[in-house]
Design a protein around this ligand. Sequence first.
Ligand SMILES: Cc1cc2nc3c(=O)[nH]c(=O)nc-3n(C[C@H](O)[C@H](O)[C@H](O)COP(=O)(O)OP(=O)(O)OC[C@H]3O[C@@H](n4cnc5c(N)ncnc54)[C@H](O)[C@@H]3O)c2cc1C
Length: 394
Amino acid sequence: MSSYDVIVIGAGVIGASTAYHLARLGAKRVLVLDRTQVGAGTTSQSSGILRTHYSVRENVALAQDSWGVFADFANYLGDEDAASGLVKCGYLICAPEGPKLQPLTLALEGQRQQGIEVQLLDRQQAQALLPIADLHDAALIGFEPQAGFADAYLVATSFARSARRGGVKIMEGVEVQKLLIEDGRVIGVDTNMGRFMAGTVISTQNIWATQIEQWTGITSPVQAERHTVLALEGPEPYTYAMPVFKDLGSEGMLYCRSYGGTQMLVSEGVAGEVLPSPDNEQGDVSLDLIASIGAQAAERFPSFETAGLASSWTGVYDVTPDWNPVLGRLPGISGLVVGYGFSGHGFKLSPAVGRVLAQEALGLTPDISLAPYALERFAAGRPLRGLYGVGAVS
Ligand SMILES: Cc1cc2nc3c(=O)[nH]c(=O)nc-3n(C[C@H](O)[C@H](O)[C@H](O)COP(=O)(O)OP(=O)(O)OC[C@H]3O[C@@H](n4cnc5c(N)ncnc54)[C@H](O)[C@@H]3O)c2cc1C
């Protein structure tokens, strides 16, 4: 069969979630195409942190809704073997006196207004949760118990398996080369494996969303940005019981979490290296960057002064001008729905985003509005800009 009701381009965690939700909502003839394999794009490079902490209210709503899915993943999918790898260790965020204090105060207050459990901790209470940290300069500390981290690859493949069980066809190794448009309507796609017809196409292509611009002439304001992640082996373990930690006081706005129950996964939450074209191959990890991240980590975690580098890798973000995704229909073309530009924080949003993209594509009213995420927000001067400046904490 080469004719479908809906075609999804891309089987990362966003495309796999979208496909699953299409089936869950009753769509019958759904095809997912991926040029490589399920979850093998930027999803496989994710740090996997799950939190609802955002200064952009719309993101809080998507993350809150998604947390409910992560916390009950196997049940939600109706698949007792489905796993997300969730470690529910909570999320600790702190700021010293200075420019990040007011944004953190406002974001924590906003979360509370949206019904999120957020505790304000003193240094001693925070220290008890994360005894390996030195929090002497923390002027404000927020703790979100319903948070932690999970495995983005596991989640993508679990969504994909449940989508298949729901009747979705997933083809790997198939690259979409062109979107077919007739009289302003999408009618299908051309691929390296031939032509597939569908009146609705959903693009969840991440950094490769620049292809949408080539196919339609409609701008795709997304650029590929490479980031480096380190795993450090310190003299004291960073255990699974210790919370994810966000350090707004460090130069690189570091984020850290347990890695394997003993090591520390650490990376910077600021702008990365802009790549000339979309490419998620491993990049070089410079000694200077290792030294810089290591020094920042040791400032906050004194015993990590003597930590060793256990491993390192790079991953690529699909960054938009306001560090928030573009979700929904594009102007002037019917039948095309997009979800790209997650700017390094899309995993935690993936269950809800998949559902609302599926609802939009099927002509249902999304139960969380896509309007704030419309592409048109950039031209209209209504960016979803977070209070922390550039960086995935948004
Ligand atoms: C280093 C790093 C750390 C991160 N940490 C976090 C975190 O802690 N918490 C969090 O919430 N998020 C995090 N993220 C972000 C999160 O992982 C991503 O937002 C999410 O995985 C993106 O999923 P996706 O489906 O959009 O993209 P991808 O996984 O990249 O999937 C896109 C897919 O589209 C396919 N494709 C593209 N073009 C075509 C075509 N023409 N034809 C066929 N197939 C095509 C690709 O092969 C790919 O599989 C991080 C990301 C990175 C890189």
